[in-house]
Design a protein around this ligand. Structure first.
Ligand SMILES: Nc1ncnc2c1ncn2[C@@H]1O[C@H](COP(=O)(O)OP(=O)(O)OP(=O)(O)O)[C@@H](O)[C@H]1O
Length: 676
């Protein structure tokens, strides 16, 4: 007797080679195998010959009217018999399946699936159908080494023993509430549905189960995290108040709210794992600065990690300035890859002895030789470029600091309850007062002159502009060429001004120097590739001119647009493009319609659809086998709610009804695919 916990090689026909191939499909145990679901079903569609077109695949059901005859020619053979369907006689031929003849008796009712030939009133048989279970043919994702047919066969073998023995993962009360199938019926109907309706019901139950188990893991991670003894940070409230009072602006109510959420977390002797979400330009940096300063006033250190060196450098500059202006003396240092060996050694020494208060860098901060004296807070900027894995790495680094992740990409609900489900979320839902909404226009290439004239007007009035040329994925050199050509053109257009050129081929030092010059208004027009996409903060820049804007994704366009409108001047984004696809047009339209990053992000997910696996991957939504977290968002939300409710119950993991779930979670948590 095979059970669900056995390894798949207990099945006959699974030798080392096949086992390997199954492992590659993620199938290790019998349970994995029976949870390996078809991605669609072929409707074998029982019909009458009169309803069937020539060449169509169809199932005919009828009475065998003429006995099966096997004819052999050399190594090949064919089996023929007659089938009476209502009043029509059809000749059925199977090639090279002589055993079929053994099961064909005149007068017997059978069903055959095959290709219909109308002129000859004949059917080329492909398979015999067992009318009760084979109405739909499940199609399994297969590989070169294991065919879908083999998988199906193995599932049939395993299911014969395992059916009826499975306890449901979703507790009974929840299943009853949402009318979900128990696990046995659900798996049975996934593999052997009697009709499409049954297949659908099974899929719904399976999707819910998948979401629910996923949300349970997130809740357990979250609980583990909260119970993880963090340090209560005893910050100096007076010092923080003084810092706030010295800021060159008043914090918005939204900023104040998130700061107090963060400070409360920090004070508690529990580990903080918080996501700070705020649209481009909403003022996350100062919030992070307050949180870091709090840690420093308690005698600890803070670190901030940015996705690129340019951004790290920007942060270091901005933070140092922010603290200096507020009369706070603390030591902010930047750790970059460009540091000379001796300088790096010195910096690491000072870090370890606690002389450095705030360390800024890229993920290079995660290197093993970077040892802090007492790290109390790690801020991760631009969350979406760090996966759950890196977050975990930080935690496992021994020090276990509080974590504050910041993202400017507004996170649609789908993402916040999947990709970030284990974190607490704070949202800055308001831009600083006095900001004027950025005006966005679309132009075609032949109107470029207007755009340039407009840029000129702005610069004459004392502002600055970005001109962005697209990244050409296939070729970095083409990319640089493009940007260089634009740079030269702009120099000709604007002889009286200084034009800068920023692209990925420049060294980090060159990039830094350029950005510093732009910030100081020594450069008025910065021609750049997307290297300036995130985080760059030059409030005097009011025009963002994007060439071939249809080549950018919505999130990227929104990020680019966010580089202007950061001061009190009216700002503009000009999208120059002649989109060739509807999708390209739709993206540009969305940009013109709204400046709200949240709406754009939702729109983006919808436009790309969940079919676009790559896009989804990039967006950070984990992959599911049955459910689709974008389409089935409501179901995901319900699963989350139910998981939260369940883990909040005392002794939930002791109750008999939850044993299967607890057992499943503990068996699979370690190699959980969503977190790989
Ligand atoms: N309350 C405020 N009032 C006025 N200006 C503010 C306020 N908070 C921040 N700013 C300024 O707004 C600009 C944008 O802030 P910041 O760089 O922190 O934005 P951000 O949220 O990090 O945006 P992005 O994700 O686009 O980098 C900065 O120049 C900052 O000094």
């Amino acid at each position: 007797m095979i059970t669900r916990v056995d390894n798949v090689d207990v099945l006959p026909g699974v030798g080392p080679k096949r086992l390997n191939a199954l492992h590659e499909l993620g199938i290790f145990t019998i349970e994995d195998l029976i949870s390996y679901f078809p991605f669609r079903y072929e409707d074998l569609g029982e019909r009458l010959p009169s309803e069937t077109l020539d060449g169509e695949k169809v199932t005919f059901k009828g009475i065998v009217s003429a006995p099966a005859v096997v004819t052999r020619f050399g190594k090949k053979n064919q089996t023929r018999f007659g089938l009476l369907i209502e009043h029509e006689n059809i000749r059925v031929t199977f090639f090279n399946q002589p055993w079929i003849a053994q099961n064909i008796d005149v007068g017997q009712e059978i069903a055959v699936y095959g290709t219909y030939n109308a002129a000859k009133a004949a059917l080329t048989g492909m398979k015999m159908i067992n009318a009760s279970t084979d109405a739909l043919d499940p199609i399994y994702p297969a590989s070169k080494q294991v065919t879908a047919k083999t998988i199906r066969h193995l599932i049939e073998l395993a299911w014969a023993d395992v059916r009826g023995t499975l306890d449901s993962l979703v507790p009974t009360t929840i299943r009853e509430k949402y009318r979900l199938l128990d696990r046995n019926s659900q798996i049975e109907a996934m593999h052997f549905p009697v009709d499409m309706l049954a297949a659908k019901a099974a899929r719904r139950s399976a999707a819910f189960e998948e979401f629910f188990v996923f949300q349970m893991r997130l809740q357990l991670l979250k609980l583990a995290d909260q119970n993880f003894a963090g340090e209560g940070i005893n910050y100096d409230t007076l010092a923080l108040e003084k810092f706030e009072a010295e800021l060159p602006f008043d914090l918005t109510p939204a900023q104040q709210k998130v700061i107090s959420e963060i400070l409360q977390d920090q004070k508690r002797p529990r580990h903080m794992n918080r996501l700070l979400q705020g649209d481009v330009g909403s003022g996350k940096t100062v919030v992070a600065a307050m949180a870091m300063y709090a840690v420093v006033t308690a005698g600890m250190q803070a670190a901030i990690m940015a996705p690129t060196e340019i951004l790290a450098q920007q942060h270091a500059l901005n933070l140092a300035q922010l603290f200096e202006n507020a009369g706070v003396s603390l030591r902010v240092e930047l750790l970059t890859s460009g540091l000379k060996v001796a300088a790096r050694r010195q910096l690491l020494e000072d870090l370890e002895s606690g002389e450095i208060d705030i360390l800024v860098g890229t993920h290079a901060l995660l290197q093993p030789d970077v040892a802090f004296h007492h790290l109390g807070l790690a801020v991760i900027d631009e969350q979406h470029r760090f996966g759950v894995k890196q977050r975990a790495a930080l935690r496992e680094n021994g020090v276990n600091p509080d974590i504050l992740a910041m993202t400017a990409t507004p996170i649609p609900r789908t993402l916040s309850i999947t990709a970030y489900g284990e974190m607490d979320v704070s949202v800055i839902d308001q831009l600083p007062i006095g900001r004027k909404a950025i005006q966005t226009t679309r132009m075609s290439h032949n109107q470029l002159d207007h755009a340039i004239a407009f840029v000129k007007k702005q610069i004459d009035a004392g502002a600055q502009a970005y001109v962005v040329t697209p990244l050409i994925e296939e070729s970095e050199s083409l990319d640089v060429q493009n940007a260089t050509a634009m740079y030269e053109a702009m120099q000709l257009e604007f002889p009286q001004y200084t034009v800068g050129l920023l692209h990925g081929r420049l060294s980090n030092d060159e990039k830094k120097a350029l950005m510093a010059d732009f910030k100081a208004n020594h450069i008025q027009i910065l021609v750049a590739t997307t290297v300036i996409e995130v985080g760059v903060d030059v409030p005097n820049a009011t025009v963002m001119l994007i060439l071939d804007a249809d080549r950018f994704g919505l999130a990227q366009l929104h990020q680019l647009r966010g580089r202007v409108g950061r001061g009190h001047r009216q700002s503009y984004t000009i999208l120059v493009a002649d989109p060739k696809t509807d999708y390209g047009t739709a993206r540009l339209d969305a940009m013109v319609e709204t400046t709200n990053g949240f709406i754009l992000a939702q729109r983006d997910l919808e436009l790309r659809g969940s079919g676009d696996i790559l896009g989804t991957k990039q967006s950070g939504v984990p992959e599911f086998v049955v459910g689709d977290p974008i389409k089935d968002l409501t179901m995901m939300e319900i699963a989350q709610q139910e998981a939260i409710t369940l883990v909040s119950q005392k002794d939930w993991d002791q109750q008999a009804d939850n044993h299967a779930l607890v057992d499943y979670l503990s068996r699979t948590m370690a190699h959980y695919r969503h977190f790989d």
